[in-house]
Structures are given as C-alpha cells and as structure tokens.
Design a protein around this ligand. Structure first.
Ligand code: HEM
Length: 130
C-alpha cells in the first residue's frame, strides 16, 4: 500500500509555477501529457469519447488556481471529476504519475520541480483511487 503523500504548500506551488514560466507553457505541457495519457496502453481507455485537449485545458484552470495564479477555479474538484469514469485503481494512478514525470522531463522542467509536481498530484490519491 502507498503512503499518502503530503501536498507541497502554497509557496512551493507558486515557485513551481515560476519554474514553468507561463500559463502558455503550462498548457503546452498539459496538452502533451493528456495526449500521452489518452494513447497509453494502461490508462488510455479512460479517455474514450473524451477530448484530451479539453481535459488538459480544465487541468490548466485547476493548476493555475492551485499554483496561486488565479483566484478561482470553476471546474469540478479532482474527487468529483472522476465519478462517471470506470474505477481508477492504484496501478492507474501510479501510471499517471510515471507519464507525468516523463512528460515533464522531456519539457526540460528541473528535477526538483518535477518531484514537487508529482508530490502535488500524489496528494490526491485517496480521493481518486476507489
Ligand atoms: C489515473 C488517474 C486519473 C485518470 C485516469 C484521470 C482521468 C480523467 C478524465 C478522463 C477526465 C475527464 C472527465 C470527463 O470529462 O468526464 C478527468 C478530468 C479531470 N481530472 Fe483527472 N484523472 C486522473 C487523476 C487526476 C488527478 C491526480 C487530478 C488532480 C490532481 C485530476 C484532476 C482532474 C480535473 C481537475 C478534471 C476536470 C474536471 C472538470 O471536468 O471540471 N485527475 N480526469
């Protein structure tokens, strides 16, 4: 069993945004990430009949709020967002973190920032893995 990861604090998340540089770069990274998720052999089926770009753009809004760059986020919470999907299992969640890590590395995000981002996403495990 995985131990629940503690989320980075607000200041750490703000610093992460500054290492990313801009909302445009964040969008570029997330569009790449969701395109990889959607074509992945283990988690791709979650995206059948979904537009990965739309999901990426929702995630941009979510992260802009979490990284202290936007006062509001209008979308669903991560725990609510997946209610109509097939059950997300621990292995799916782990796979997502691996794909995220690989994507961020290819986009030249510094290693420390990658680990922070992965820790942030990991902190949602209990609410998402059912
Ligand atoms: C294996 C893990 C995950 C899978 C397979 C997955 C898959 C998906 C899919 C398919 C959607 C689109 C749902 C729809 O349009 O009906 C979605 C939405 C979303 N996901 Fe995930 N997700 C995962 C983990 C996460 C995590 C860790 C977070 C947050 C850190 C997250 C945040 C969101 C958000 C914010 C949305 C959009 C909410 C909205 O519609 O307003 N997801 N996810």
């Amino acid at each position: 069993m995985k131990i629940e990861q503690k989320s980075p604090n607000r200041d750490e998340l703000k610093m992460l945004f500054h290492q990313i540089g801009s909302e445009e770069r964040l969008r570029l990274i997330l569009r790449d990430f969701y395109s990889r998720m959607a074509s992945d052999i283990l988690v791709g089926f979650f995206f059948i009949n979904k537009n990965p770009e739309t999901v990426a753009d929702k995630q941009v809004g979510f992260l802009m709020r979490a990284m202290g760059q936007s006062p509001t986020y209008r979308g669903k919470s991560p725990a609510k967002a997946h209610e109509d999907l097939p059950p997300i299992l621990a292995g799916h969640f782990d796979r997502r973190l691996k794909i995220l890590e690989a994507t961020l590395r290819e986009h030249g995000i510094p290693e420390e920032a990658i680990q922070l981002w992965v820790r942030f996403e990991g902190s949602f495990r209990a609410g998402i893995v059912g």
